[in-house]
Design a protein around this ligand. Sequence first.
Ligand SMILES: Cc1ncc(COP(=O)(O)O)c(C=O)c1O
Length: 433
Amino acid sequence: MSSILSEVMEDASVRRRFEDTAWVDEYLQAGSAHGEPIYLSVGETWSQAPDGLTRLLGAEMPDHVHGYVISQYGLPALLRVLRSYIPRTAGLPGDVGASGDFDVAVACSGTRNSMYDFGRLIRDRARGRPVVIMYAPGWDYHGVFHGLGFRFTYLPLRPDEAFQPRPADLEEELRDLDVPGDAIVVVNAQHNPTGMNWDEDNVRRILGAAAGAGANILIDDAYFGVTDPGTPATSALRLLLEDRPRPSGRWLAVRSLGKQFNCNGWGVGSIAAGPDTIDELVNRYLANRSFTCAVPLQYAMAQWLESEASRTYLDWFRRLCAENRALVNDFLVRELKYPAESFQAGSCTSYLVFPIPPAYQEHADGVHRYRRDCFNETGVLLGAGTMTPESSTDQNRPDPFPYARMFLAPSSDTVITALRRMAEARFSWDRPC
Ligand SMILES: Cc1ncc(COP(=O)(O)O)c(C=O)c1O
């Protein structure tokens, strides 16, 4: 992995802002004291894109994919496939267009950018300062929306409630808003980082509350395809359209394909929304910054999604994440002496979160210290348990979310090696800080 890491991470010749890259670089320069670095922080292995998918990028590409395509909805071949793939996998009864309630387009520069465009659209129509309401811990919606001037309200996900969202918290929050139409409510039902598949009843109530209040809705289905075998993904898109085909606020459902096919660098995914919203997003907000790009990738993805191999790959990947989840769960309790009730292993996404040892929890920067110590002493780099910035704002308080996040998608051998190193260096529950 060390050779890959030096290929994909910025070196000291640039102004680095991301501490992981500096830490890995220093570790490599110092001779990798504990063996090859094992990078389990950001969810990426750089080595698991399916062969069947990457082979499609070979010689048989038609010439037209190398030019501009004059289609803001994406390469027509991929658009056609997504217009049935998205409703079918979401459990919707008909194809796009059957009801006229929603449409689908290609996201060709990451769904993160599609969310940003949605943020611009909502901000441009806002009467006051727009707000993002999200459950926390959570993914980096702050990074997407704060530059657009949004403020943030974080609703707690509680470990003693299995990190399930409480719809009542949202209902109360929405009642207090002067202009609910200035709000975006985020629903990430296959939840990064906790790995919890949100209960259907909770999601239904959350969507109902947001739509009923006239708030805007962002459904982030990045991990919709990545649930453990036997865990059907809660389909927020289906729940929304079943109950309110035309909610009064705007809505957008994004689905990255990078996670389920380990090709994050492609930036290919889908967006679904009411036809007017899609029109504005692609013909105005996307066009304002980019034409359709990554066209060869879109061409390959169209063929891949229709192949039996893509289904086989996804089955394999879901099994791998589930096996590694079980393995880490067992190891934390058996070898690292974690009380069984101190964490929840989850059942979806390629992540598992677990608390840092109690001695670290006493420090406002406990998660930072734990990650750093663990990396220095084992070469295993874990992620922080949340990407929301509310943690560690007050240096005198303990970290409000004292958890680390482990990426579960590398091979089981790699995960076992990482865990063994952690056990040998005594990163157990009773570890002093
Ligand atoms: C929960 C979640 N949503 C969205 C994204 C963005 O995915 P994309 O690569 O499509 O921009 C990610 C990955 O970074 C994610 O983990």
